[in-house]
Design a protein around this ligand. Structure first.
Ligand code: DX5
Length: 231
């Protein structure tokens, strides 16, 4: 049995770099660390799995020296097996692959672990939790998408909250040592629902960058709301 059941895993705030100023990403990741984030998520998009194109491994490698917090790569790509090693080499400790993009998900997750990185799996809104029922022993994190992937600034899909709770129940029932992450539309008016449903790692992009009181205030506010929601 896990010694850290889902209810007491620490709340973590993970900024998406998507809304940051791409002309100065090194400074941006340093500012995120200074604001108190727990990890940084890179939304990697290939223009095929999702209709957008973002960060190659060299961009992430260039930013790696500017922050010491964990880098995770959210691989919204058609061929994660082909790209995984590039993002590990770039300095991403945790790699999130989409169940929908993996013909052999069990093998892909094992491959990521073999590369020396921490494997994680993401589920798009329409994908049932059964898709990950047989790989929970292979992952360190499950990401439940609360938007359809591809762009920041979308509305949070609240109907995903029962799905978050279902993943948490599966993790607890199996005694797995797994974080539950939520990504998409997370902000002051939605984070409480995600946290009370069972998420402990909350990805936010727009909500952090649109706070007029700055990144530090936004990170503190989101963490406080999530911790209060869990009671
Ligand atoms: C979607 C992206 C976004 C991003 C967060 O593919 O993964 O969810 O990280 O965007 P916001 O916080 O602006 O909804």
């Amino acid at each position: 049995m896990s010694d850290r059941p889902g209810t007491d895993r620490p709340i973590e705030i993970a900024p998406s770099v998507l809304p940051a100023d791409f002309a100065k990403l090194g400074e941006e990741v340093a500012a995120l660390e200074a604001a108190g984030v727990d990890r940084i998520q890179w939304d990697v998009m290939d223009g095929r799995f999702v209709p957008n194109l973002t960060f190659g491994p060299d961009v992430i490698a260039a930013c790696r020296p500017h922050a010491s917090v964990l880098f995770e790569a959210h691989l919204m790509v058609e061929a994660p097996d082909e790209l995984a090693s590039r993002y590990v080499d770039a300095g991403c400790e945790l790699l999130i692959v989409h169940a929908e993009a993996c013909r052999h998900l069990h093998r892909t997750l094992g491959h990521i672990r073999h590369l020396g990185a921490r494997p994680a799996v993401a589920l798009n809104p329409s994908t049932p939790v059964d898709a990950i029922a047989h790989v929970l022993d292979l992952v360190d994190l499950v990401l439940v998408m609360t938007v359809n992937p591809g762009f920041g600034g979308q509305d949070y899909i609240a109907t995903m909250e029962p799905k978050i709770a279902a993943v948490r129940a599966m993790v607890l029932e199996g005694g797995h040592d797994v974080d539950i992450e939520v990504d998409g539309g997370v902000g002051p008016t939605t984070i409480e629902g995600a946290a009370s449903a069972g998420a402990n790692v909350l990805v936010a992009g727009s909500a952090l960058y649109r706070d007029p009181r700055g990144l530090g205030h936004a990170v503190h506010e989101l963490r406080s709301l999530a911790e209060a929601a869990r009671g």
